[in-house]
Design a protein around this ligand. Structure first.
Ligand code: FAD
Ligand code: SIN
Length: 518
């Protein structure tokens, strides 16, 4: 059976939900999500959402900070669009019911994070993403034009390729007609046709062994678009957050928000020495690429597995009020932040690149939009400024919705789309073939394509990954589709894209640091 919707949204994080709420005024919307609806990177966002709000602040300063963090590789139109729309989009979030913290005087409690020259981060304690996800999901469930289904796994987007046409990355009119989706409950593969499809599948953190991203962050949308011959860019710019809690074995790694450093916490080595001033005059609040790299260097010098974040001098009451979850987490591990320093280590956190989109979030594939972390808008350049990503998602969801509403009016459904062909496949006998390959991919990426890279390491990673790619493609051809198998396939594709783009980039810049190029 084939299902038809005006708008199909893949993903239930801030990007997908924001887009869905806006296009729902123009037609029927289906949101699919491969896990529980709130299991998203969005839910884990701590620090907040950046916008010019304070009277001393202005758009030009936020634009300049974004460019500085991004090593001037940002796209000017994208930066201006996002920064200037920020206050309006954030007011909309508030109208939808998102609560942002206020001071005793009633003004918004604006925090500061790395790379920002002003206090401009609106937040809800240290759980901003959870609050946004809660408010958006509530509105989604109230909307009569929106259906949201959990545990539906998008496998591939449907294009002319599925009608027997030859499609290459040079084909001009590749068109998205919908998506093949595995219903995880029934194990059936359904064909969902849509006039407009919006990819909002989030990040890729799970391609690394240590990440702040939850298990859903397997780069599915980017891999789907790549397989469909859509255009992808800037995959080499993977952001490592400097301060995830050092707690071996915990997956995902628990984040110690950058806002804690904004509140005055200081990075130190095991012997108590402040070290960031050596690397950057902004100290612990330098942009993330610099801080993560400096920590990596210090860990290599000392041979330690982590450094420390010192909060002992901070105001206890204010800290607990601002960071209740971080405080409770530390205390649950017998780390009292006012008596001991918190052990921290960098962890893969955010992908700056992804599916190339224009200012309306339209990808190189017709009728396919990409919004949120899976999209490459040009905002972040070579390194994202803290708290600019929730913002990017709402701004591009808005722009995409205006364009997509028009697109849906001009588009009709196709009647000739074939259903998924599962002939010749059988159930996997050994899960170890999948789980072991996944571990290998994560190890290769962490050891050779992490914070510091080199030509030799990249080549080695490429060669190793190629072997795993061939083995897994053979397995995929013979095996009944499962989410784990598809996720592994997607992660291999993401690893390949990160390495390929890293090899192509000639200079060492932003998050792409090559030890042999300085
Ligand atoms: P997500 O919120 O990750 O949603 C992706 C959705 O796609 C999920 O519903 C998932 O199930 C679904 N999906 C994926 N693949 C498939 C598939 N094959 N089929 C069906 N569904 C699929 N940014 C900030 O600006 N400020 C912060 O303070 C901040 N803090 C962060 C803290 C942490 C710990 C993390 C991990 C990230 C943080 N970020 C922050 C980054 C920000 O949270 C993310 O970039 C943003 O939430 C991404 O939103 P999204 O909607 O694009 O994707
Ligand atoms: C944090 O709270 O440190 C995360 C902010 C971000 O990733 O933008």
């Amino acid at each position: 059976m084939q299902k038809r919707f005006d708008f199909l949204v893949i993903g239930s994080g801030i990007a997908g939900l924001s887009f869905a709420l806006k296009v729902a005024e123009h037609g029927k919307v289906l949101i699919i999500t491969k896990s529980n609806e709130d299991e998203t990177n969005t839910k884990y966002a701590q620090g907040g959402i950046a916008a010019v709000w304070h009277e001393h602040d202005n758009f030009e300063k936020h634009i300049e900070d974004t460019f500085n963090a991004g090593a001037n590789l940002c796209d000017e139109e994208a930066v201006r669009t996002v920064v200037t729309q920020a206050p309006e989009r954030i007011k909309e979030l508030m109208e939808l019911g998102v609560a942002f913290d206020k001071t005793a005087e009633g003004a918004f409690d604006l925090a500061k994070e790395g790379g920002h020259t002003e206090h401009r981060i609106l937040h809800y304690k240290d759980a901003t993403g959870k609050e946004i996800e809660r408010a958006l999901l509530k509105k989604i469930h109230e909307h009569k034009n929106i259906t949201i289904v959990n545990h539906y796994f998008a496998i591939d987007i449907i294009t002319q390729h599925h009608l027997g046409k030859i499609v290459t990355s040079k084909t001009k009119d590749i068109t998205c007609y919908g998506v093949y989706v595995l219903n995880i409950y029934t194990q059936e593969i359904e064909t969902i046709l849509a006039k407009v499809t919006c990819m909002a599948t989030g990040g890729v953190g799970q391609v690394y062994a240590t990440t702040t991203n939850p298990l859903i962050a397997t780069g599915d949308g980017i891999a789907m678009v790549y397989r469909a011959k859509g255009h992808i860019q800037d995959m080499e710019f993977v952001q490592f957050h400097p301060t995830s809690l050092y707690n071996p074995g915990e997956q995902p790694s628990f984040l110690i928000s950058e806002a804690v450093r904004g509140f005055g916490a200081v990075l130190r080595t095991g012997n108590g020495k402040e070290f960031m001033q050596k690397y950057d005059s902004r100290g612990s609040l330098a942009p993330r690429d610099i801080v993560a790299r400096s920590i990596d260097t210090e860990m290599k010098i000392s041979g330690d597995d982590h450094v420390f974040l010192d909060c002992r001098h901070l105001d206890r009451k204010g800290f607990i009020e601002h960071f209740p979850n971080i405080y409770n987490k530390c205390m649950s591990l017998d780390i009292d932040p006012f008596k001991q320093m918190i052990p921290v280590v960098p962890a893969a956190h955010y992908l700056c690149g992804g599916i190339i989109v224009d200012n309306n979030a339209l990808s190189s594939i017709l009728n396919l939009y990409a919004v949120g972390e899976c999209a490459r808008t040009g905002l972040h350049g070579a390194n994202r400024l803290a708290s600019n990503s929730l913002l990017e998602a709402v701004v591009y969801a808005h722009n995409a919705s205006l364009d997509a509403a028009q697109k849906a009016l001009q588009t009709s459904f196709r009647d000739d789309i074939p259903n998924w062909n599962a002939e010749g496949t059988e159930h996997a006998e050994e899960m170890i073939l999948i789980t072991q390959s996944l571990k290998e991919v994560q190890q290769i990426m962490s050891n050779y394509v992490g914070i510091v890279r080199s030509e030799l390491r990249l080549q080695r990673a490429f060669d190793r990954l190629e072997i795993i790619y061939k083995e897994n493609e053979a397995l995929y051809e013979q095996t009944t589709i499962s989410p784990k198998l598809c996720e592994l396939r997607n992660l291999i594709c993401i690893g390949y894209l990160i390495i390929k783009h890293a090899m192509r980039r000639k200079e060492s810049i932003g998050l792409h640091y090559m030890a042999d190029k300085g």
